[in-house]
Design a protein around this ligand. Structure first.
Ligand SMILES: Nc1nc2c(ncn2[C@@H]2O[C@H](COP(=O)(O)OP(=O)(O)O)[C@@H](O)[C@H]2O)c(=O)[nH]1
Ligand SMILES: [Mg+2]
Length: 194
């Protein structure tokens, strides 16, 4: 499976700026620092498109990327930043929760979870939220290169509680083809009623 050609389109400060042409969309979500930007870069066949930042929790925008497969990638702001004030956290939940529930073109979500911490509380709640939403989602278990084989197997088993799992690594490229296939399938599915 060929990689994607991904291009940055725009940063949206709210849901109003999101694309309106109805092309399918896939959301990427996870805790800050989980490896989301690195994964988007790894999925791309060209140069880096997503900025990898060392300042967790700073991106309060939905970054939209186009792909050559006629779907958008929506890079959602990371969650779980310990220092964020309660007000910001509630705002995040309202905004992103609303996006995940109501965004019409959304066909599926990639929930990124660090393979070294496979069942943290807010990842579990996010998985529960996605399950209730009823749209397809996949747990991408990131940084799989950091674990020995038996530890990774254990992490995959534990993360299985959250949903179907694909272990991925932006360093050695494992799981990238599988994730590309999942994205293709999710975005090819006709939406209800069409
Ligand atoms: N070993 C390893 N490190 C990774 C991997 N993915 C990301 N990282 C590192 O984890 C940190 C956070 O990555 P980033 O992509 O910026 O995370 P984001 O905040 O979720 O966008 C960076 O220092 C990356 O180099 C991976 O697959 N393997
Ligand atoms: Mg990032």
């Amino acid at each position: 499976m060929a990689k994607l050609h991904i291009q940055f389109l725009k940063s949206c400060p709210g849901r109003t700026g999101l694309p309106t042409d109805g092309l399918p969309e896939v959301a990427f979500i996870g805790r800050s620092n989980v490896g989301k930007s690195s994964l988007i870069n790894k999925l791309n066949s060209g140069k880096k498109v997503a900025r990898t930042s060392s300042r967790p929790g700073c991106t309060q925008y939905i970054n939209i990327y186009t792909t050559n497969k006629n779907f958008y990638i929506a890079d959602l702001p990371g969650y779980g930043f310990a220092k964020a004030p309660e007000r910001l956290r509630r705002q995040w939940i309202g905004w992103i929760g609303g996006y995940l529930r109501e965004r019409q073109p959304l066909r599926g979500t990639v929930l990124l979870v660090d393979s070294r911490h496979p069942c943290l509380e807010n990842d579990l709640s996010m998985a529960g939220f996605l399950r209730e939403g009823g749209k397809p989602y996949i747990v991408a278990l990131t940084k799989s290169d950091k674990l020995k084989r038996n530890k990774l197997a254990q992490a995959i088993r534990i993360a299985g509680e959250m949903g179907p799992v694909i272990p991925v690594s932006s360093v050695d490229g494992s799981g990238i083809n599988e994730l590309c296939k999942w994205l293709a399938t999710a975005t090819a599915t006709l939406s209800a009623g069409s």
